[in-house]
Design a protein. Sequence first.
Length: 391
Amino acid sequence: MQVGIESISLYTSHYYLDLQKIAEKRGEDYNKYYTGIGQERMSVPPPDEDVVTLAANAVIQAMENIDARQIDTLMFATESGVDQSKAAGIWVHKLTNLPKNMRVFELKQACYSGAGGLALALPYLLQHPDRKILIVAADIARYGLESVGEPTQGAGAIAMVLSTSPKIMTFELSSGIFTQDVMDFWRPNYRDEALVDGKYSIKMYLRTLMEAWEQYTALSGRRFEDFNKFVYHLPFAKMGEKAHSFLVKHAAETLEESEWLKQIEDAAVYQRVIGNTYAASVFTALQSLLDVSTEDLSGKRIGLFSYGSGSVGEFFSGAVLPGYRTHLHSSRHQQQIISRIPLDYNTYAEFYSYKSNMPTDGSAISTPIHKTGSFRFAGLQEHRRIYEVVR
Ligand code: CAA
């Protein structure tokens, strides 16, 4: 029996900052960002957009041709949760009118948790082939204005319906996993912004990739040559090149650079202009590959690597199904990305700082109206978050 993605959709915020604006502000050459880290733009959420609204918009697209009564689980993967106790997915469940007879919960392990949810969902579905699982991964990457991580921020959500009647991609069950306790990137409960040891985090990413790859190949018996494309967690687009060149050196020494670049370049197209989407990142990269590749990927095996700082990484794989293109929302994704509104640095900084100035004493506040999708975060009342449907 096959198990995999029946439907997948991406959603990002309607505003972006060109990284040239950060370079101007810092008196730096913008090529440090455009070329050095491979990033041109990053999505910026306005004050009335959060992981709930980003996710709900991704869910309504992913659910378009799905009978909601078959979904029995919604897993919400995020590291920018809006409540320490209540799962963000419960608001998404309500906003998108999902059935009451289902379980909803949140998953956390930095950027890894979406892949962790997928690993749990696949065997569950094989045991319950009449059911479907909705995995939503949504995050807003925040490092702080003028911090070293600032150019690697971003925002976005991916919603995927997984089932035993996949139409886009099937997954294979063997994977390679590696966990170790490292402080490369973390966010204490009292902070809105992540702390990071940037260069060390890149080293930990690469070490984890190698360990996960070794276990994957040992368990699956597959080799580098068995793959057509590779999709990496992309905190910034250049990280995919760093990771893949590292793997190539280890597993396919004679492969020319022009050849291995072809294996990863389509997966980085969305990342270059959206930025880091943390838990959604590896799936945003998969969405990018599926949407923008002019090559017919039917039957092609894809290797995927998810890395969540702290840290957990997993290498897993799947194959694209014939006819996958007719089930994608590619033109809608591309349209949303190109129609985003550019921000100047000061407006971006105002959007960015809004969250830190929200009341914490229970007093009411209405968030100003900006361009959002079908849902918006309308404000707070007596410590309760208020969401509304945009007509
Ligand atoms: N033209 C072209 N290239 C230039 C340049 C110019 N004018 N100026 C600099 N560069 C190059 C540098 O040579 C460097 O290239 P290499 O990495 O190949 O050496 C690159 O641009 C970046 O320059 P710096 O290293 O000087 O940049 P930085 O000090 O600003 O740090 C960063 C970059 C570490 C990625 C930082 O943005 C950061 O800490 N980001 C957040 C952490 C992160 O994304 N970690 C990734 C792994 S952890 C993970 O994946 C989990 C997660 O999502 C957080």
